[in-house]
Structures are given as structure tokens and as C-alpha cells.
Unconditional design. Structure first.
Length: 252
């Protein structure tokens, strides 16, 4: 259950996360991951994030449709779906908090390496890179509810245009999170949040309002600002995941 005050705070965070998701193509899980853990607990946080990521990104699709890179999206999505099932299985066998710490450390190191890489003239974006990125994103999103920092790493080394990336990641998250929810019902059926209908409706309304605002400002954000925002959000996401994992281990 959730009380009205907690719902209001959750809806405010959801509004901010939706704006970030539309403007730079990631940020939803980074903002909502820690918030969902605090509101619903570590077990229910992942399906909760999946549900509202589908709602938020689905609402954005009409506004970004013409900018979607369907070819690159397919390269990332096809390996991400089976990898998400593997991530759920790993999460059942290994401590989720330990996984969070490991993912956070790898993410921060990877983002820093990616920033150094972008200072060269090289581009890393072959089929192998896309498949590896899809596997990493799908497995981490399912296991610990955070895949966006790995999207940031891929976008940096591949030099993906921020505007096209922001558009392409909306259908990516819709499909991947729907697949993760379906896989979770088969592999890890416990822990879905038991909220009343008015809580689901209120949170969805916050996502809708965030989408409306984000569409108005997305085209005004320069590519360089979007790129540095991606870097900042990815590092912040890594730190948040580590902090959540450490807090979980200490409280165990």
C-alpha cells in the first residue's frame, strides 16, 4: 500500500524522471531506482520501474517517431530481451545488493573510460559493440533495475547523435520493460507492488505531465549539453546504485 503523501513525492520524482528521459534518452531508471526502493522496497522496485517506464516512454513515442533509428534499435533490442531473462536468473542466485555495487563500479569505470575514448578520433560501433551493449543493458535492467548508464556508455563510444539516441531509446525501453515484466511473472512472480487504483492513476498522470513539458524543451537542448548530461546522469546513476547496494548490505 501507499499513502497519499508518499504518492505525491513519488509522482514528483516521476515527473522529473520523465523529463530527463525525453530530453536525453535516459535518466528514468537513474532517478526512479532509488526512489522506488524507498517507496516500495528492493523487491517491488524493479517491476514498479518497469511499469512506469513503459507508461512514460510509451507516451513519448508519437512525438519522437520520425527521429527513431530503427536499425540500430534492433541491434540493441534483440540481444537485450534474452539477456534480461538471464539477468533475472542471476538476481535469484546472487545477492541483489552485491550486484548493485558491482554494476555501479563497472558503470562508473566504463563511463570514465568512454569519456577518455571520445577525446580520440575513434568510433566503436560495429555489430559486436551493439550486441554487447544490448546484452549488458538488458541483463542489468532486469537484475537491478538500472540499465541506463550502460546506454550512456554505448552512446559515447559510438558517437550516437543525442537527438536520435533520445528518440530511439523510447521504443527500446517500452519493449524491453514489457519483456522483463513478462519474464518476471514466469521466473520471479513475487514482489509486485500492491497499490490501489488511484495510486497507479496518479503516478501515470505525473508521467503524462512530464511528457508534455519535455516535448516543449527537448529540441532546445544543444547536443553538447545533452552529451554532458548523459555523462553526468550515468555517473550519478552508478553512484546511486552503489549507495543503494551498500545500504542494503549494511541493513541485512
Amino acid at each position: 500500500m501507499i499513502d497519499p503523501v508518499t504518492l505525491l513525492l513519488y509522482a514528483a520524482a516521476l515527473f522529473v524522471a520523465t523529463v530527463a528521459q525525453r530530453v536525453v534518452g535516459l535518466g528514468f531508471g537513474l532517478v526512479m531506482g532509488p526512489v522506488s526502493v524507498m517507496v516500495a522496497g528492493p523487491i517491488a522496485a524493479v517491476p514498479l520501474n518497469c511499469v512506469f517506464a513503459v507508461v512514460a516512454c510509451g507516451l513519448m513515442l508519437p512525438g519522437v517517431w520520425r527521429d527513431i533509428d530503427w536499425r540500430r534499435l534492433s541491434w540493441l533490442l534483440l540481444p537485450a530481451i534474452p539477456a534480461s531473462a538471464a539477468g533475472l536468473l542471476v538476481a535469484r542466485m546472487v545477492s541483489t545488493d552485491a550486484l548493485r555495487i558491482a554494476v555501479g563500479i563497472i558503470t562508473i569505470a566504463g563511463v570514465l573510460v568512454s569519456v577518455v575514448f571520445t577525446r580520440s578520433s575513434l568510433t566503436l560501433d560495429g555489430p559486436g559493440t551493439r550486441i554487447a551493449a544490448g546484452v549488458a543493458i538488458g541483463s542489468c535492467n532486469a537484475a537491478v533495475g538500472v540499465g541506463a548508464p550502460l546506454v550512456g556508455m554505448y552512446s559515447l563510444v559510438s558517437r550516437w547523435d543525442p537527438r536520435v539516441m533520445a528518440a530511439s531509446m523510447q521504443p527500446f525501453w517500452v519493449v524491453l520493460n514489457l519483456a522483463t515484466l513478462a519474464e518476471r511473472q514466469l521466473l520471479v512472480p513475487d514482489g509486485f507492488p500492491q497499490w490501489p487504483w488511484w495510486a497507479w492513476l496518479g503516478a501515470s498522470a505525473a508521467a503524462a505531465l512530464g511528457t508534455v513539458l519535455a516535448h516543449r524543451i527537448a529540441h532546445r537542448v544543444p547536443a553538447s549539453v545533452a552529451r554532458w548530461t548523459i555523462i553526468g546522469l550515468s555517473i550519478a546513476g552508478g553512484l546511486a546504485v552503489i549507495a543503494t547496494g551498500v545500504a542494503g548490505l549494511l541493513s541485512a
